[in-house]
Design a protein around this ligand. Sequence first.
Ligand code: UDX
Length: 436
Amino acid sequence: MRLSVIGCGYLGAVHAAAMASIGHDVVGIDVDARKVDSLSRGIAPFFEPGLQDILTAGIESGRLRFSTDMADAEGAKVHFIGVGTPQQKDGYAADLTYVNAAVESLVPFLSRGDIVAGKSTVPVGTAADLAPGIEAKGATLVWNPEFLREGWAVQDTIDPDRLVVGVVPGADGDRAAQVLREVYHPAVAKGTPFLVTDRATAELVKVAANAFLATKISFINAMAEIAEVTGADVTQLADAIGHDARIGRRFLGAGIGFGGGCLPKDIRAFSARAEELGRGESVGFLREVDAINLRRRHRAVELVVEGLGGAVFNKRIAVLGAAFKPHSDDIRDSPALDVAVRLHGLGAQVIVTDPEAVENARRVHPQLTYTADRDEALRGADAVVVVTEWDEYRRQLDPAHAAGLATGRLVVDGRNCLDAEAWRAAGWTYAGMGRP
Ligand code: UDX
C-alpha cells in the first residue's frame, strides 16, 4: 500500500522504515532538510537498535524514500501524522503547533477516500478539532496511537502488544479500520489484539497508558522514600509485591525516576487537558507522581554529597550514563543528565560518560566534561554515580577494575542496577536508592 508518514523523528522515522520493511511503499516527509538528507542517504539520524538495518533495506528496495516536499504525500492511501507534541514553553499543556501545521500543509494534497491516521500523542479532543479540514476533502481522520518504547521501537512497531484505531462509528469508520488492518497485516495475522474505538477513546488510551506507567514508577519511588527512613529495601519489596500477578514486577524499578520525550510531558499535558475539561481533580494525583519523580533526582545528589562527607566542591565525580534510559541516545528530560548538572552546580568536577548519548548531551550541556571512554571517566574519581543502567555499567563493569581506576570508594547506584554485594566485597561504599 502507498503510505506517507509526516514527521520523521523518533516515531515517524521508525514508523516509515518499519512500514517499508513489511512491504509497503512509503514516503517519509519532514520539514528538517538535514534529517531528510540523512535518512535519504540511509543514515539513521539517531541511535535506535535495528533502525539502521531496516532503513538501509528499505532504501535499497526502492520502497522507502524521504522528502521535504509535502506534495510527495499525494497519492498515498494512508497518511500517518507522527510529528512531536512537546510541552509548551510557558505551561504544562501540549504544544500542538507541529500537528496543526502538518495537517494544514497535508490537506491540499489529500484525495477523496484517503485516510489520515494520527499517531502523535495529543490531548483528547484534538482529532475532533482537526477533522473538518480533512473531511472537507472527502478524506477520513482516524487516531492510531503509538506505544513504542525507545530502544525497542522497531520491534514495538512491527510487532506491537496491541493496535488501537479510533474512528467515527459508522460505515466510513469501519472501512478505515479495515484499511488499517491491511496496513498492519503481519501483526493482525498473528492475532495481535486490534481494538476499534471512537477517536476520543483512542486519544485517551495513549495518555492513560503513559499516566499509568508513570504512576507505577512513582509508586515504587515513594516506597523507596519510606524504605529510606525505615531501613527497608525497596528492591526486595518490589520483588515481593511484583509476584502478585495483579501488580506485576515490570515498571517497579526504583531509582532516579522517569524521563524522556514522553512520560514527563504526557502526564503534564494530561493534567492541563483535564483542567480545561473541568476534571482537574480526577488526575490531581499526577502532580504527586511528577513531584515524587523529581525528588528522586535530588535524592541521588544528596547521596553523593552525604557519601563525600557533606560537600562535593572540587571533587571529581564519574557519572555513568546520560541517556534517559539504556539502548537510547535520547537525553530529553533525562534524570541521568539532570543529576550530572546538579552535581556540577554544586561545584563538583563532573565527568560524564555514556555509550551513545555523549554527543547529544554535550550539545545541550556544554558546561560538563564528557568522554565516551568509561575507564577514562572512572580514572581518579572520588565518587562513581551510575544513572543509566547500560549493560556496560550494570554487567560489564567489574567493581575491582573500577577500584583500580578510581581514587575514592563511593558508588551511588541511581538505578539500583548494580550487584551491591559484589561492590562492597571489592571495597566500595555502596549507596542505592531506597536500599539500606
Ligand atoms: C514510554 C512508554 O513506555 C511507551 O509506551 C510510550 O509510547 C512512550 O513513552 P519510553 O519513553 O521509550 O516509552 O521509555 P520507558 O521504557 O517507558 O521508560 C521511561 C522512563 O522510566 C525511563 O527514564 C526509565 O528509566 C524509567 N523507568 C522505567 C524507571 O525509572 N523504572 C522502571 O521500572 C521503568
